[in-house]
Design a binder for this molecule. Structure first.
Ligand code: F6R
Length: 608
């Protein structure tokens, strides 16, 4: 879950790496550090806390502009508390080799014991320091860095992306990956290794994605990739990235989250481009057409992506009448799941690197199921390991709390539902025409609605800023949105919130309701509206205050109604989602929380 950037070239390397770390802060941010060779020794400067702390330390250190090769890291703690000693880079005992690591070495305790028995001492509690000490042991036995890395990493169990700098070749960097991401950026007279592309995007668009079990060696003017185990050279094709670093910056909004919420009309439009033919009344989805008709679909995902999957179940079952199970990936992987040939497993992941989702899809493939990846990051592990992949095309999502990525997942899930419904002959030409027209109009409707939605969110968030708890209620399609609304609120405002199926409330949670325990309801125009209305009357009877997303003209009396534009039924979700996101955003911002980087969270959960 950490961020890595290594640079070797002709520029002052430390500022390049610090700038790269800033663009990787979403990956983890409890400590940061940098190393470079200077005057015959490896300088390591690292600090706990956010990147600003490291920048202050670098200012104090002075004279950091000469090195043209450097290696830097932001950490999200897995082993050992976030303090200076545990921050990366880590040095070997002789201080000749520095290493940064993202991932978890599962057998680090036995390796550490083995090294301790040989007299090695440790400065940190991390599994990563064990790797660099083991590497120095490897260098004793094998001489060359490549061989030593192959030996060392061959002994490491678990997940890693590492980059190494050695005093013996201070203009060179070595990297390797297994279950954690690492990409190489190829510039002119300079090369990069990083956890993610935005780290080096201002300098180059040419990238090489490293695969599982690959080792790479770079200097300013050359690069080569090897099989980590055999050290045989592997041929790799550079790819050109078309998106822009601007897309990864705030563009005038106070926070990335707000910017990303407002990008949703564009995201929907992009997802539909080339897929929706409004004139012909058709949805195309070639990626899906490559796979056979599924007898059943199993969605595997985590967090917000899981909630998108729950909505996907609703819409796929409703439109295509294909049964859908939705399972949290961390449960799926250990549940001995009943999947096999004939099943389609839909792995939904914004980052494409979520460890549990990846493990779930690997298991499904082992058992003969076809895996369709729904993923936002081109070249990510989910994308590479799926039988077919549908890219959600939301662009890089920087705010830790997922917003526009979910919107893109919902758009594509609707496309999947429509495409399957058409393939299976369960959706008439007339229905399809209505759907295509409504989808075509959706981005414009949402664009027009967002400014007023934000004003309402601002107004209501002030009214409820003292609430310590919230209950989110919805039924049918709106139940997954109630779960998502509650998740967003707790993630960024730290207010306790629970999402519940409105009809289930009287079986327990109703006991919580009192005038200080507000309810956020989804009571929009659909066939379940009368049922939701009755549930809300039950809340009111206990003195509970209610904010309700609803539609103009509906007969609903609550404290704070929040009318949203009327759209074609299955598209209600695209109006409700930004309202829920904006309410959480405005409340968290009003309370002074760090909206884009909430405590204890990281953007890409690459550990189990
Ligand atoms: C919530 C959030 C997380 C992610 C989850 C899965 O705002 O962002 O719950 O949805 O960690 O991540 P991906 O989709 O990258 O697999």
């Amino acid at each position: 879950m950490c961020g890595i950037i290594g640079y070797t070239g002709h520029r002052p390397a430390v500022p390049v790496c610090i700038e790269g770390l800033r663009r990787l802060e979403y990956r983890g941010y409890d400590s940061a550090g940098v190393t470079f060779a200077q005057q015959g020794r490896l300088e390591v400067i690292k600090e706990s806390g956010k990147l600003a702390e490291l920048e202050r330390a670098l200012e104090k250190a002075g004279n950091v502009y000469n090195a043209t090769t450097a290696l830097a890291h932001t950490r999200w703690a897995t082993h050992g508390v976030p303090n200076q000693a545990n921050a990366h880079p880590h040095l070997d005992g002789g201080e000749r080799v520095a290493l940064v690591h993202n991932g978890i070495i599962e057998n680090f305790q036995s390796l550490r014991q083995e090294l301790a028995d040989k007299g090695y001492t440790f400065r940190s509690d991390t599994d990563s320091e064990v790797l660099v000490q083991l590497l120095s042991e490897g260098l004793h036995h094998h001489g060359s860095m490549k061989e030593a890395l192959s030996w060392t990493l061959g002994r490491a169990e678990g997940a890693f992306a590492i980059v190494v700098l050695s005093l013996d070749r201070p203009g060179r960097l070595w990297g390797a990956r297994q279950h954690s991401p690492l990409v190489m950026g190829l510039g002119v007279g300079e090369n990069f290794l990083a956890s993610d592309i935005p780290a080096f995007l201002p300098y180059t668009r040419e990238v090489v994605f490293l695969e599982e079990g690959e080792l790479v060696e770079i200097d300013a003017s050359s690069w080569r990739v090897y099989d980590l185990e055999t050290l045989k050279v592997r041929d790799k094709e550079p790819q050109t990235i078309t998106w822009d670093v601007q897309a990864a910056q705030k563009g005038g909004y106070k926070h990335f989250m707000l910017k990303e919420i407002f990008e949703q009309p564009r995201v929907i439009r992009d997802c539909l481009t080339g897929r929706l033919d409004a004139a012909a009344g058709e949805v195309r989805l070639e990626e899906l057409d490559d796979l056979p008709d599924p007898e059943r679909i199993t969605v595997v995902a985590c967090g917000t992506s899981y909630y998108a999957g729950l909505w996907g179940k609703h819409i796929i079952e409703k439109l295509a009448r294909v049964p859908v199970d939705v399972t949290i990936a961390s449960e799926f992987r250990y549940s001995d799941p009943i999947v096999g040939p004939g099943d389609m497993v839909l792995a939904i992941s914004q980052s494409g690197e979520t460890a549990d989702t990846l493990a779930g899809m690997r298991l499904a493939r082992e058992r003969g199921a076809k895996v369709l990846g729904l993923c936002n990051v081109v070249g990510s592990s989910v994308a590479r390991e799926s039988d077919a992949v549908i890219y959600t095309q939301a662009g890089p999502e920087i705010s830790v709390a997922s917003t526009k990525a979910m919107c893109s997942q919902l758009t594509l899930l609707l496309c999947i539902a429509l495409r399957l419904a058409r393939r299976l002959g369960r959706f008439s030409d007339e229905d399809m025409e209505t759907a295509a027209k409504a989808l075509d109009e959706l981005p414009g409707t949402l664009d027009d609605a967002l400014p007023e939605m934000r004003e309402t969110a601002q107004k209501y968030s002030r009214l409820y800023s003292e609430a310590a708890n919230f209950l989110y209620l919805g039924r049918g399609w709106a139940y997954p949105m109630a779960l998502e609304g509650a998740l967003k609120l707790k993630e960024i405002s730290y207010i306790h919130a629970e999402g519940y199926a409105a009809g289930e409330m009287k079986h327990g949670p109703i006991a919580l309701i009192d005038p200080k325990f507000p309810t956020f309801a989804l009571a929009m125009a659909d066939e379940l509206f009368p049922k939701v209305k009755s549930n809300l009357i039950e809340v009111q009877a206990r003195g509970g205050k209610i904010i309700a997303l609803t539609n103009p003209g509906l007969d609903l009396e609550v404290d704070h109604p929040w009318p949203l534009p009327h759209v074609w039924g299955p598209l209600n979700v695209f109006m409700a989602l930004p309202a829920l996101q904006l309410f959480a955003y405005e409340l968290a911002d009003y309370l002074g929380k760090d909206v884009d980087q909430p405590r204890n969270l990281a953007k890409s959960v690459t550990v189990e």
